[in-house]
Design a protein around this ligand. Structure first.
Ligand SMILES: [Zn+2]
Length: 131
């Protein structure tokens, strides 16, 4: 299974909602109101006009400004996934670390890609032990 993104590395980012702020002929991505804000990223005056005319650059700016919301949403999704996996695990179902397919613990992994391999339940136990 693909590793989750380590969200701890982003804990130091500027707090608050980021937005795109036109400041005269400059563009800033910042936190606050257009009258009073802390810039996170500044586009120089010479770049600002060019950036606003390029659809991809505007999309990139919107994506950058949405980073804190996306990190917060991803954090919620990781928590929800953990809760769901725990609930599903309580019903006796687990995900095979080799094939990524669900299987019922009591019957063992039935995936075709695992049929000639060692018991996938051992992989699950090793994975759980390392978490
Ligand atoms: Zn398997």
């Amino acid at each position: 299974m693909k590793e989750k993104i380590d969200l701890k590395q982003f804990e130091g980012i500027t707090k608050g909602k980021w937005s795109i702020i036109r400041n005269g002929s400059r563009i800033d991505i910042g936190v606050g109101t257009p009258d009073s804000y802390s810039p996170v990223i500044t586009f120089t005056e010479s770049l600002a006009d060019a950036v606003m005319k390029i659809e991809r650059d505007v999309a990139d700016m919107n994506a950058i400004a949405a980073v804190p919301e996306m990190i917060a949403e991803l954090k919620r999704m990781y928590q929800r996934e953990n809760e769901l996996l725990q609930s599903i695990g309580e019903w006796g179902m687990v995900i095979c670390p080799r094939s990524g397919q669900w299987f019922e613990w009591d019957y063992g992994c039935q995936s075709e890609s695992c049929v000639d391999e060692e018991d996938c339940r051992e992989l699950v136990e090793q994975q759980n032990a390392s978490e």
